[in-house]
Design a protein around this ligand. Sequence first.
Ligand code: NAP
Length: 482
Amino acid sequence: MHLFNTGLFREQAYVNGEWISAAGGESIEVTNPADGQVIGQVPMLGEPETRDAIDAAARAFVSWRALLPHERGVLLETWYRLLLSHREDLARIMTLEQGKPLADSRNEIDYASGFIKWFAEEGRRMNGETIASHLPDRRLFVYREPIGVTACITPWNFPSAMMTRKASAALAAGCTMVARPAIETPFSALALAELSNRAGIPPGVFSVVTGSGRKIGAELCTNPQVRALSFTGSTEVGRVLLRQSADSVKKMSMELGGHAPFIGYPDVGVERLVEGAITAKFQTCGQDCLAANRIYIHRDIYDDFLEKFSRKTGSMKIGNGLTEDVDLGPLMNEEAVHKAEQHIEDALSKGARLMTGGNRSKKGGLFFEPTVLADIGPDMAIYREETFGPVAGVTPFDDNDDIAAMANDSEYGLASYIYSDNLSRVHRLSSALEYGMVAVNCVKMTGPPAPFGGVKQSGLGREGSTHGLDEYSELKYVCIQV
Ligand code: NAP
C-alpha cells in the first residue's frame, strides 16, 4: 500500500487510548473489493473488549464533560486539521477497502472532516434557556447537558463520513463514544482513531472496536452505561437494535434505509434531467441511502430521456477506484451483485425493458454494468426495495397521475428529488412528499449545516446541523425559589 504516512494504517482496535488485539488473538481479514486481495486484518473483538471500552468511556466522561466547550472545540479543530493534512492517505485507505473511485473518496474526506469542524464550533453554542415563570417567586432555567457514554455502529458505504457525523457531534456535546465500524471497512475508522490520538483527544473519549457486529452490537445495546446509540445502516438491522435496547431505555438515533423517488418534469429540459439522474443513481455505485431508486419521468419526454440517459449510463467507465478516471468501482460483496441481478431478472420477467447493461461486467469479480430498466411498475421488486447497486428503474407518469402519492407509496422516507422550474408545483410537491429531505433541481444536498435524516421506516433523529447535538444532549430543568 502506498501511503505518505504508513502510521495511519492500523491493524489493531483502539480502546482507551491503546491499540489492542483480541484476547485469543482472533482476527479477520479485510479484502479489497476491486480485486479480492487481502489488505490487512483487524481484531475480532466481542462482548468483553466492548465492555472494557464502555467502562473506559464512562471513566473518561467525567473529565471530558468538565472541559469548557471551547477546550473541546480546540481539540476537535486539531483533529479536523489532521484529517485535511492526511486527506490523500485517508482517501487511498478508503478506496482500498470500499472500492469507490479515488475522487469520491477525496470528496468523502472533505465531507467527513467538515462535520468535525462544524461541531467544534457548534459545541460552543449548546445553550439552554430561561423561561418566563408561571409561579410568582420562581426562576426557571433549562440547561443542555451531555447525555453520557454513547455508541455508534456505522456502515461500509461511507466509512469516514458516517463516523465523523456521529463522533464529532457526541464529543462536542461533552459525551464519550465507543464506535463500531462495519467489518468490511474498518481501516478508515482506525485511521480516524489514530488521528484523534495525535490531536490530543484523551484516552477513552473515542474508542473504535472491530469485530462481530452481532456481539459488539448486543453489548452496546444492552449495557446500561451506554445512554445513546446512533446507527446508520439498514432498516432491518435498525429494528433489531431498537428491540435489543428496549430494556436499557436509551436515546436511539437511526439513519436507516432509503428508496428515493426522482421526479422529472419536461420544463427543465432532458439534459438537466439526465445529468441529475446519473448523479442521483450511480454515486458510490448506487450503494447510497440517497440513491434514486425510482426515477419518474413525465411521459412527454419519457422516450427522449430514456434514450439519452441509457446512452450516458452505458458510457460510464467501470474499474479499480485507484485508477483516476473511473466512474464506477466494484460492488461491496457478492450479495450486492446477486441483489442487482435479482432485481433485473424480476423486472424483466414482469415486462420491463432493458435499455443498457444488465450483467456482471467483463472485468469480473464484483464489477457490475451500470443498468437502465424502462417501464418499471409497482409489482416489481426494484419498485419496492432498495437495490443498493447500479441499476436504474424508470417509470413514466402523466399530468393526471397523483405523482406525490406514487412517490409516497413506500415504507421509506429519507431523500427525494424534484426537477422542475415551476415554482408553485415545486412548493406543492415538496410539502406533499413524505420524506425527510427534498432536493429541488440538484442532487448534492447534504453537508454539515443541513439536518440529515428520514421519516417513516427511514429512521429517527437528525444528524449534522444545529440539531445534531440534540441526539447527544438532554435538557435539565432547574426551578429556583427566590
Ligand atoms: P447493515 O447490514 O444494516 O449493516 C450496518 C452495520 O450494522 C454494519 O456495521 C453491520 O455489521 C452492523 N450489524 C449488522 N447486523 C447487526 C446486528 N444484529 N447487531 C449489531 N450490528 C449489526 O447495512 P449495510 O448493508 O452495511 O449498509 C447499507 C444500508 O445502510 C442501506 O440500507 C442504506 O440505505 C443504509 N444507509 C443509511 C444511511 C442513512 O444515513 N440513512 C446512510 C448510509 C447507509 P457487520 O459488518 O458485522 O455486518
